[in-house]
Design a protein around this ligand. Structure first.
Ligand code: CP
Length: 326
């Protein structure tokens, strides 16, 4: 991670995303983030029509290449691509030649030979998308790379917050859970601090990345301090599959100290939003009464993922400039 300035600057708005790839939030400007969120508002309207389809990506081919399990991201990318009229296909890694030992570079070279326009990649290695970006002429969209970034998740989280609260600047956002292994945390820290939010990060000391305070956030293991007067409480999954040792005594102990319950939530603002990127561990980082309760926007996040991914695909394809040229 590189340190970010926490002020929102006064640079004029941008009208196009002049970049080949979306690899992370770290290299996006606040103006580019606003452009994606504004475009997603228009895309959300498309999704509310009786016929949820526009011709914006007609003739474009998009490959979804997922080396890790996914429900929300893969499905919403595919729906987004179809709503934009792209030709879309999914590579099921488990039934591909990856199982015979083919490398990511060789898989990418073979897919490139079929001339796709975009590749959406999820991979267990941090930096896999940056590698693909260097060797592919197709646009690369990061759908989650190892413990590094998950940029479209942070964008849909920001969209969901902005939709409810009207803005991001000045809000207190408490992010609680497995901070150490979370690509969602990294992308959200970059995005929320760039947009002027006041970000608190909370978890057991063993799960707080060293030097995270350098990125303009408030680290703490005091969950009540994190939740106090929060506008947004975002829970992160305990990623047991990425843990090699014991980071806390037991899941029950974790829930007792950090799990989000109705009682614990009483310290937050009365109109607090409860968020979780999914998949959830009910009874570990979040109680069912909170996940399914009146403050939860967890399914709104999922719904907004389609609109945000439509916006990213559309803008990387050239946006309105591409449509005018067609
Ligand atoms: N939030 C998220 O990335 O969920 P999936 O792993 O189901 O895509």
């Amino acid at each position: 991670m590189s340190a970010q300035v926490t002020q929102v600057d006064e640079t004029p708005a941008v009208t196009a995303l002049r970049r080949k790839d979306l690899l992370g939030i770290a290299d996006l400007s606040p103006q580019e983030i606003s452009l994606i969120l504004d475009t997603a508002e228009a895309m959300k309207e498309v999704g509310s029509r009786p016929i949820k389809k526009v011709p914006a990506l007609r003739g474009k081919t998009v490959i979804n290449l997922f080396y890790e399990a996914s429900t929300r991201t893969r499905t919403s990318f595919e729906i987004a691509e179809k709503r934009l009229s792209a030709d879309t296909l999914n590579i099921a890694v488990a039934s591909s030649s990856v199982t015979k030992g083919e490398t990511l570079a060789d898989t990418a070279a073979n897919l490139e030979a079929m001339n796709p326009d975009m590749i959406v990649l999820r991979h267990s290695s941090s930096g896999a998308c940056h590698f693909l970006s260097r060797v592919c002429k197709s646009a690369i969209i990061n759908a989650g790379d190892g413990m590094h970034e998950h940029p479209t998740q942070a964008l849909l989280d920001a969209f969901t917050i902005r939709e409810r609260k009207g803005q991001l600047a000045g809000l207190k956002v408490a992010i609680i859970g497995d901070l150490l292994h979370s690509r969602v945390l990294r992308s959200n820290i970059y995005l929320l601090t760039k947009m002027g939010a006041n970000v608190w990060v909370c978890g057991p000391p063993t799960l707080i990345p060293t030097e995270v305070a350098r990125f303009g956030v408030h680290p703490t293991s005091d969950v009540d301090a994190a939740v106090r007067d929060a506008d947004v409480v975002m829970l992160l999954r305990i990623q047991l599959e990425r843990m090699e040792g014991a980071y806390f005594p037991s899941l029950r102990e974790y829930f007792n100290v950090f799990g989000m319950t109705e009682a614990r939530l009483k310290g937050a603002k009365p109109d607090v939003m409860i968020m979780h990127p999914g998949p959830m561990n009910r009874g570990v980082e979040i109680a069912s009464e909170v996940a399914d309760g009146p403050y939860s926007v967890i399914l709104d996040q999922v719904a907004n993922g389609v609109a945000v991914r439509m916006a990213v695909l559309y803008l990387l394809a050239g946006g309105a400039e591409h449509e005018e040229a067609a």
